[in-house]
Design a protein around this ligand. Structure first.
Ligand code: ZN
Length: 64
């Protein structure tokens, strides 16, 4: 695990922040691990999208 994985696991990084961190550090990481980090970012994006959906739904219920 690199710092990006650690921080993402702890929810200290958003997928966006993780992406920009990866852009700065991918050259120092083994190629296979870069793939692992990218997969983790995708998973995180899915989670964030779900959270946003739930928030929107909640707002809709509150407004009607
Ligand atoms: Zn890592």
């Amino acid at each position: 695990m690199c710092l990006i994985c650690v921080e993402m696991t702890k929810n200290k990084l958003t997928s966006k922040e993780a992406r920009s961190n990866l852009r700065e550090t991918y050259k120092t990481l083994p190629k296979e691990h870069v793939y692992e980090v990218i997969k983790m970012i995708w998973k995180k994006e899915d989670e964030e999208a779900e959270e946003a959906e739930q928030l929107l739904e909640k707002e809709e219920h509150e407004n009607h």
